[in-house]
Design a protein around this ligand. Structure first.
Ligand SMILES: [Zn+2]
Ligand SMILES: [Zn+2]
Length: 284
């Protein structure tokens, strides 16, 4: 896709996605199907030690939502590929290259539109640099990308002050202070309120557990569930992410959608580095 097409897409997406920033920040109402009222979801993490505090803190923070019943699990999944795991979330870090992005969240949707798998990739090619090798940057991006995997969007998309005090708010200063105000390193009550709305109904099945029934029959509960590999790989570049459906507050495309064989979708949320320019982002 050529950047020249972005203008038209922007106008279209502005019409389709124009919602008050604070009143609602679900990610297009994407959600895991759940039949019990709280989504029982395993958040696997295949990460190196410098990510352990921010990733495990993020899982703990999100687990405070009454709608999320999360289990964190150490994984040995391939960090470079970070392939989707059916019915689960997988968080990975690696040096994914100087591709302009700090982190991405990728969800796949089943043909009914429910989330089937979610992944988060955290890019050490930036986090090992002086600008981003800070606990507050790791916390902001890990918390936000995992938040997308539950179906949340952003509360605010500008990068200037003041911070809203949630990791679902883009910022140039995640630690806050001065004109920026509170830190953007954890969810806030509004995120939990939004999750209560997104997960305020019961579905007829559980996409978060579906893999056990469909892939393995009666599961031997004495053994850990085998990791079912989703056919969806998040990829590392716009050419693998599909069409642009949304832009961030700096005019950079930050949500992409691709159609999967069989009628599902892959949707990718991209957290670009501060210094990445729209003209740096190539789609072919
Ligand atoms: Zn539903
Ligand atoms: Zn985001």
């Amino acid at each position: 896709m050529k950047l020249a097409r972005l203008g038209g897409l922007t106008a279209l997406s502005a019409v389709l996605i124009a919602v008050p920033a604070i009143a609602s920040h679900s990610w297009n109402n994407y959600h895991w199907a759940n039949s019990s009222g709280a989504v029982q979801l395993t958040v696997n993490y295949s990460i190196s030690s410098q990510w352990t505090p921010s990733v495990t803190n993020a899982i703990g923070d999100w687990n405070a939502s009454p709608k999320l019943d999360l289990t964190g699990a150490v994984s040995t999944a391939n960090r470079k590929k970070c392939s989707g795991m059916t019915g689960q979330i997988l968080v990975c870090n690696d040096s994914y290259g100087q591709r302009g992005w700090l982190g991405i969240a990728s969800i796949s949707l089943d043909p009914n539109g429910h989330i089937k798998s979610g992944t988060t990739k955290l890019n050490d090619s930036y986090f090992n640099s002086a600008t981003y090798n800070k606990p507050e940057w790791r916390a902001l991006v890990a918390c936000q990308e995992i938040g997308h995997d539950f179906g949340l969007g952003h509360q605010d998309e500008g990068f200037g002050a003041p911070n809203l005090g949630t990791c679902m708010d883009y910022t140039s200063s995640p630690s806050g202070g001065g004109a920026y105000g509170p830190a953007n390193t954890s969810p806030d009550q509004h995120d939990f309120d939004q999750l209560a709305l997104i997960y305020g109904h019961l579905d007829t099945y559980d996409s978060a557990a579906a893999f056990a029934a469909t892939n393995f029959g009666i599961r031997d509960l004495r053994k850990p569930a085998p990791a079912a590999v989703d056919p969806v790989d998040p990829g590392d570049s716009p050419a693998e992410w599909g069409a642009v459906v949304h832009e961030d507050g700096k005019g950079r495309p930050d949500v992409y959608m691709a159609v999967l064989p069989g009628g599902g979708r892959k949707i990718t949320h991209v957290f670009w580095a501060l210094e990445t320019k729209r003209s740096d982002i190539h789609h072919d």
